[in-house]
Design a protein around this ligand. Structure first.
Ligand code: FAD
Ligand code: AMP
Length: 475
């Protein structure tokens, strides 16, 4: 017997589960196949994001931030604590609790919306058919649907001569589950994941060394922001070695020997744990039968057009397994847009206004173009900036490094990019995204009343500074 649905979603991450819920809301008979299994051996929806990505990393970033503040920042507030200690197992258990609450919440949402949850592996066949192999079973079932959404996500990239062993040489999942603080943690790749997870363990006492092949830190960020970030991370004790290419790693006698190459030649460094965080690649292994006719591009991503349609009619693809930034909110918005298009509605996403956030301390967030991009494109722009330390709220907090930088078109004043490093950057970026979505100008933000005293006043002052009329700084 063949089960027939209106929509089958393969993958239950933030792309797939959101697409499934939206499709069901729109009255479509929807199934979501996801093969992920949690620590309890049961299905765990939510994909990379909920299980081994966004959420657990933020849980550990918060725990480690509390511990770090307790040791380094509270004395200035008159708070002193003796014998502060960190129980790593409790921290990890709290993180696991947050994860299971959220993954269970998605299952509940599926039930509430009547999405059929299928725990197991899905494989796309020809003619909009899907082969479903239930978890821990060899038997397969054939399903069909009018529309199929591929949302298979991504997996960590491996580099030559560095093999994961899940004990010494680990990926993001391993770094989120360490049971004790390593004395020396090496991190290959000073990108978002390397910086966030490196920060967690550094705050808890590890000596953290980040080995980064590129000559600049956070090359995709605005250069003023990445410069500040490099200075602040160094001050925190993160040893970031730029222009350093890892050639190989091997575990010898309980420690990891890493061979690297930098401008002074080849050398060896030793660590107790090594996190490989060199990026992620689309996960399409076993997803597409040979006759499925869905094309991949040269980067191994499922080929899609601007509407997320693959090369096969009725087959769509979203999230980390297609082009565009590997971000949970991008995956979710694509999921919603595709579900709405399937239901006959108009939908589209502005890729230019997708916000980026790095949850280090201070946080880094941006939307739109960097100053270097505008220069390359020959766009005439004006720039305004404002430091958090010059806001009343920043001073009251006590430790508020960083700034807001705003770039606006020289003629029209339309905001082209906003770049923030500082406390609460992840939240502050939202008003900038909204303004850009409405094609707002710096003048618009400058004329909007911002509550006092708040960190958002730095956004307001940066907008005023675009026109060189900031109140609380020299122009
Ligand atoms: P995924 O979340 O990868 O989900 C895909 C799901 O499909 C998985 O459950 C997988 O098991 C399942 N699947 C795959 N193939 C099949 C198959 N054939 N059959 C059945 N099931 C299948 N992004 C942010 O926006 N903010 C952050 O703070 C952030 N932090 C991150 C931190 C870390 C450590 C990592 C690793 C990533 C982070 N990301 C963050 C990125 C974010 O997790 C991804 O962009 C997001 O999860 C992509 O969603 P997705 O639905 O495309 O895929
Ligand atoms: P992201 O793409 O944000 O996950 O960051 C991954 C980082 O890893 C990039 O900045 C890469 O330059 C870096 N990287 C990739 N391969 C190597 C390598 N062999 N040695 C050191 N850094 C690497």
């Amino acid at each position: 017997m063949t089960d027939k649905f209106d929509v089958i979603v393969i993958g239950g991450g933030p792309g797939g589960y959101v697409a499934a819920i939206r499709a069901a809301q729109l009255g479509l008979n929807t199934a979501c196949i996801d093969m992920n299994t949690g620590k309890d051996g049961k299905s765990a929806l939510g994909g990379t994001c909920l299980n081994v990505g966004c959420i657990p990393s933020k849980a550990l970033l918060d725990s480690s931030k509390h511990y770090h503040h307790l040791q380094h920042d509270y004395a200035a507030h008159g708070i002193s604590v003796s014998d502060a200690s960190m129980d790593v197992k409790t921290m990890i258990a709290r993180k696991d609790g947050v994860v299971s609450q959220l993954t269970g919440g998605v299952a509940q949402l599926f039930r509430a919306n009547k999405v059929k949850q299928l725990h197991g592996r899905g494989r796309l066949l020809a003619d909009r058919r899907v082969e479903f192999t239930p978890h821990a079973s060899e038997e397969t079932r054939l399903l069909t649907a009018d529309n199929i959404i591929l949302a298979a996500g991504s997996v960590p990239v491996a580099i030559p001569n560095v093999s994961y062993d899940d004990e010494y040489i680990i990926d993001n999942a391993g770094a989120l589950d360490l049971t004790e603080v390593p004395k020396r943690l090496g991190v290959i790749g000073a990108g978002v994941i390397g910086l966030e997870l490196g920060s967690v363990w550094q705050r808890l006492g590890a000596e953290v060394t980040l080995l980064e092949a590129l000559p600049t830190l956070l090359a995709a960020a605005d250069k003023d922001i990445s410069k500040q970030a490099a200075r602040l991370f160094k001050k925190q004790g993160l040893d970031i070695r730029l222009g350093t290419l890892v050639k190989s790693a091997s575990v010898v006698g309980g420690e990891i020997k890493v061979l690297l190459e930098d401008k002074s030649g080849t050398s060896e460094v030793h660590f107790d744990r090594l996190l490989v965080a060199v990026g992620r690649k689309p996960y399409t292994e076993g997803l597409l039968a040979e006759d499925s006719a869905v094309d991949l591009n040269q980067h191994g991503q499922i080929e899609v057009n601007e509407k997320s349609q693959t090369t096969v009619a009725g087959v769509w693809a979203i999230g980390d397994c297609v082009r565009g930034p590997m971000l949970a909110h991008k995956a979710s918005e694509e999921g919603i847009a595709v579900a709405e298009m399937i239901a006959g509605k108009a939908a589209h996403i502005h890729f230019d206004t997708i916000p980026w956030v790095i949850y280090t301390d201070p946080e880094i967030a941006w939307v739109g173009k960097t100053e270097q991009q505008l220069k390359e494109e020959g766009v005439a722009y004006r720039s305004g900036s404002f430091p958090f330390a010059a806001t009343g709220r920043g001073l009251a907090i006590g430790n508020a490094p960083g700034l807001v930088k705003m770039l606006a078109d020289e003629d029209s004043d339309e905001i082209l990019g906003v770049h923030i490093i500082g406390p609460g950057a992840s939240e502050l970026i939202a008003e900038c995204v909204v303004t850009m979505e409405f094609q707002g100008a710096a003048e618009d933000l400058a004329r909007i009343v911002h509550a006092h005293p708040t960190l958002s006043e730095a956004v307001h002052e940066a907008a005023l500074h675009v026109d060189k009329r900031a109140i609380h700084r020299g122009n």
